[in-house]
Design a protein around this ligand. Structure first.
Ligand SMILES: CC(C)(COP(=O)(O)OP(=O)(O)OC[C@H]1O[C@@H](n2cnc3c(N)ncnc32)[C@H](O)[C@@H]1OP(=O)(O)O)[C@@H](O)C(=O)NCCC(=O)NCCS
Length: 154
């Protein structure tokens, strides 16, 4: 099923508490606090997007944060609430992020993903990200990180 009526908007400081709640729900072992994400979003070149329904003060369905440095950028996180996964929201967030990054002059978009995170790997493969390296024991639980990149200049 794919969702309609989802609004994508830049993440702002008013979204931080909901973002932290969602991150805790989906990254049980490495949740990010509102304070941590505030620091990320205040950095030069940081960019966040949220997905929500178009009613007053709706809950967040998902969000992503990326960091740009000149013509490269990295996806720091992307997440969709458990109840709303597999409904197209992660793909929408990623597609918009790629488009916005292109408009900002980014030529290569990087990310890392746990090698056992099959839904995320499937999402990135579906958007033509290519594997470009491996970091052993990268995550706290000892899982390896798969590095992936997408050439936005093509
Ligand atoms: C990874 C994540 C963001 C995907 O978001 P989503 O909204 O469920 O993804 P979508 O519904 O937009 O799916 C887009 C495509 O990704 C792939 N995909 C996503 N989840 C999948 C799954 N569980 N199994 C197989 N393919 C999957 C499919 O190709 C899918 O396209 P399709 O629905 O046409 O088959 C979501 O699973 C999530 O939040 N996971 C927890 C947090 C996380 O691991 N984030 C990534 C860290 S690197």
């Amino acid at each position: 099923m794919h969702r309609t009526g989802i609004e994508l908007q830049p993440a702002t400081l008013k979204h931080l508490e909901e973002m932290a709640r969602l991150h805790t729900e989906t990254f049980l072992h490495e949740p990010w606090s509102a304070g941590f994400m505030e620091k990320l979003l205040r950095r030069t070149g940081a960019f966040g997007l949220i997905a929500q329904a178009p009613s007053p003060s709706p809950p967040l369905f998902g969000f992503t944060i990326a960091q740009q440095a000149l013509d490269e950028a990295e996806i720091l996180t992307i997440t969709v609430g458990r109840k709303h996964q597999r409904t197209g929201i992660g793909g929408m967030l990623l597609d918009r992020l790629v488009n916005d990054m292109k408009n900002r002059g980014v030529k290569t978009l990087f990310l890392d993903v746990a090698t056992d995170n099959h839904p995320a790997l499937a999402l990135y493969h579906s958007r033509d990200f290519l594997e470009c390296g491996l970091r052993r024991n990268y995550y706290r639980n000892g899982t390896d990180a798969q590095l992936m990149a997408k050439n936005l200049a093509l």
